[in-house]
Unconditional design. Structure first.
Length: 146
């Protein structure tokens, strides 16, 4: 009888400990996700500021670097869950900036990119902004007419 009672107590305590650890891990996961989302928003601000500068070789490399960083982080954010095109649109923009055949076309639209990233800084899951980025990439890098 005492063994049965001791087993019930051990099982009960084990269940309480497991529940506590589960709640603790969920809290850590949420904190980590919030940290990733905040870092992503900061990177979006860097992209926005890079599109605010006068374009020269240095600032152009800054643009490419900023867009690459934000594109790489996008898949890890909670914003990607609500806007599946976020990572695709940012990666396409990175490709458009990186490739010589579309560089000038993209640079001619810096003001438009600035406006798009202004929207993304305010709302990183904006479908409007990602749709505009995809359209811009389609009209620059992915345009096969020239």
């Amino acid at each position: 009888m005492k063994k049965k009672y001791a087993m019930i107590i051990i099982l009960f305590l084990s269940t309480i400990i497991l529940c506590y650890k589960f709640i603790e891990s969920q809290s850590h996961r949420k904190d980590l996700q919030n940290s990733i989302d905040l870092a992503f928003k900061n990177q979006l601000s860097h992209v926005l500021s890079s599109f605010s500068m006068q374009v020269n070789d240095y600032t152009y490399r800054t643009m490419i670097s900023s867009v690459y960083n934000v594109a790489a982080m996008s898949e890890l954010t909670s914003f990607e869950k609500s806007n599946d095109n976020l990572d695709v649109s940012l990666h396409n923009l990175y490709i458009s900036l990186r490739e010589d055949k579309s560089k000038d076309k993209v640079l001619n639209r810096v003001e438009e990119l600035h406006d798009i990233f202004f929207i993304l800084v305010q709302d990183p899951s904006s479908h409007e902004a990602t749709d505009k980025l995809i359209q811009l990439s389609n009209e620059t890098f992915f345009n096969t007419e020239e």
